[in-house]
Design a protein around this ligand. Structure first.
Ligand code: TRP
Length: 436
């Protein structure tokens, strides 16, 4: 299976606001409609426990966030939408990963370091008020990602370090136990809009300047009325530069309409009138979504059922994968060895095929066990050189690609991780036949 997998986690620690909508929900839902990728969306409720010890708030936030994503068009039939705590394999994997990751890596994690720096500055013990959950958080996040072998993880810059750590864990585990994990990549969302809040700073729960995404119409109007402006009177030209109101409008309006407002600013539109325009534009987009949201909020059983169905889909992947990993590390049925080698003896393997073309050159291709083309070489002058390239791939895996870059080409739709998996299967079969 070479289709790209995207994975997104959302920590249920508050009520979604307009900034979350513009920066995360709206673009993610649009991306989830792509048919060439498989998407995983989950509520990271184990993560919420690190910061929140109010059970009702976690439950409420989980409901609100799930209702928001669904109301905004996330289709649970198209994606895998689940709640982290419904997948007990994730904490189990967290332990496996803890045992291959150096503690020093976690000492350097931003969130933990920030807590330590704060304590140090205050003259407190470095670990004062730091729970082990905060320290371990990157490992739990690594397990979230590696459990589903996600290729791409869309994140903001602040989360890139965690993806690097997940790669580190994947590589350490693979190095010890054979190839099981895909090293994930951060898909950095630099071009998504960050929305200013009521006071003009970035809209964020920690600044207490948010506009709840699904505030009722009247409240939305009132909140927009409270966005900071300067004190220019109607008729005076206004600057769009640094205008929070303008930036918010821009996130909802077409380029033409944005241009129209820019001109209205220049020709002195009054703040009251501008705010009304912004309010109507936002409400026009949100009103239908709000109706679905309200209906979902009044029917938590429906969301619960969606999560239960999502858990079945997620565990259809996680349960067998965890069984494979348990086996790999040696947590095995005591009779397993014979059964395992008997099984591998029968399975078909990927193959290298060497041949000569009418141009007189020597070629090879690498095919998966089921005959699919994975890698195609260009022509070599001699069969010996072609053979050396094959040997390099067999022994070094995909790292041999660096030297062979001009001689071989991945087949269409094949990811390097597929190639690596096939080469690995071949290596393992070789190693096994030697021990027999
Ligand atoms: N840590 C992420 C955040 O605070 C949420 C999260 C948890 C996540 N697990 C994840 C994001 C896995 C991407 C992948 O925003």
């Amino acid at each position: 299976m070479s289709i790209e997998r995207f994975l997104t986690g959302i920590t249920p620690s508050g009520t979604p606001h307009l900034g979350n909508y513009v920066g995360s929900i709206r673009p993610s839902v649009a991306a989830s409609l792509r048919t060439d990728v498989q998407s995983f969306y989950f509520l990271a409720d184990y993560h919420a426990l690190i910061k929140i010890d109010d059970p009702a708030r976690i439950q409420r936030s989980t409901l609100e966030i799930a209702a928001s994503w669904l109301a905004c068009g996330l289709d649970p039939d198209k994606v895998v939408f689940y709640r982290q705590s419904d997948v007990p394999e994730i904490p189990e994997l967290t332990w496996f990963l803890s045992c291959v990751l150096g503690k020093g890596v976690l000492n350097r994690a931003h969130a933990y370091k920030a807590a330590v720096d704060k304590n140090t500055a205050a003259g407190l013990d470095v670990d004062s008020d730091v729970n082990v959950g905060l320290f371990m958080y990157p490992v739990l996040m690594g397990a979230d990602i590696l459990m589903f072998n996600a290729h791409q993880v869309p994140v903001g810059r602040d989360q890139v370090q965690h993806i690097e750590m997940a790669r580190d864990m994947a590589n350490s585990f693979n190095h010890r136990y054979g190839l099981h994990f895909t090293a994930p990549e951060a898909a950095i969302e630099d071009n998504v809009a960050t929305l200013p809040g009521l006071d003009g700073r970035k809209m964020s729960k920690s600044y207490d300047n948010t506009i709840p995404l699904f505030a009722p119409r009247a409240q939305l109007q009132k909140l927009i009325g409270g966005i900071v402006t300067d004190s220019k009177a109607p008729g005076e030209a206004k600057s769009v530069e640094g205008s929070a109101l303008f930036q918010i409008y821009q996130a909802f309006a077409s380029p033409q309409d944005t241009e129209t407002l820019r001109q209205a600013y220049a020709s002195g539109i009054g703040w009251g009138e501008a705010k009304q325009l912004v309010f109507e534009r936002i409400d026009q987009e949100l009103a239908p979504l709000r109706a679905s949201y309200d209906a979902l909020m009044n029917n938590p059983g429906k969301i619960e059922a969606i999560f239960q169905a999502g858990a079945v889909k997620a565990r259809a992947i996680a349960t067998p994968f965890m069984a494979e990993l348990r086996h790999a590390v040696g947590l095995r049925d005591l009779r397993a060895k014979d059964a395992a080698s008997a099984k591998t003896a029968k399975v078909a393997l990927p193959v290298f095929k060497q041949y000569r073309e009418s141009d007189g050159q020597f070629y090879f291709k690498f095919q998966s066990a089921d005959g699919k083309l994975l890698l195609q070489s260009r022509g070599f002058a001699s069969p010996k050189v072609a053979g050396q390239s094959i040997a390099a791939l067999q022994t070094q895996g995909i790292s041999a690609l660096t030297d062979l870059a001009s001689q071989v080409q991945l087949a269409d739709g094949v990811a390097t991780s597929d190639l690596e998996a096939a080469l690995q299967a071949l290596r393992e079969a070789k190693a096994e036949s030697k021990t027999k």
